[in-house]
Design a protein around this ligand. Sequence first.
Ligand SMILES: [Zn+2]
Length: 253
Amino acid sequence: MGTEVVEKVDPIVAAQSLHARFGIVAPEDLDVERLAAACGAFVVWRETGSADARVVRAADVAYLAIAASARGTSRARFSIAHELGHHLLHRGVDAIERIHGRPRTRGREFTVEREADRFATELLVPEAMLLARCRLQPPTLQRVEEAARVFEVSLTVAARRWAELADAACAFVESKDGIITKATRSRAFRGIAVQRRRLESRSMAMEALRRGVLAGRLLALGDAWGSSAQVAVVEESMAIGSGRVLTWLWHDG
Ligand SMILES: [Zn+2]
């Protein structure tokens, strides 16, 4: 029992109302740890076991236990924002502590996790602030990396967000062991980037996987991502370890 949601709050609206309430109009205005404290959620840096973060709740106050080893990193910032999302959105859900540290399942728990992620993404990378950058042409990985630095989020968070919002043709592909685990495409992207698809052997992503982390970034203009779309797709891929490769794709509109 205890999994009822007291009131339904939209994660995006919740994040935007915090920006308004605390006068956050630029990325440097956002101190996520102080913001969380102002909302009654206090960060405690400690060892957290297998999970990155946990919420412990007492009355209206929450203690966000965040991995001490991650302090100062973009990962910790995202964890704080995610846990703050639970604190604000899921007050009626007392199963949060139990949920974390386990593989994500379907149904209600999955929804709760996705809402906390959406809240965290909008809180840290507000649509209104990223849109101006997304209009810069061409939409290279370098620009996405710059956004990740400015907003102090991981490249993955910045790239997913960029591909969601951009008018330009671009896509962000995450793969593991040669299989695409997630593909985020902009509306204008006409190449082929689909979840569960195997990487093309002639793609730079596959080359990055073969060479490993030390190969760094590989850049190519090839047909591995949709020659049938009759567009030349620029590919920038990098291996990040454990069989994972991040790929940024773009083409001229
Ligand atoms: Zn969570």
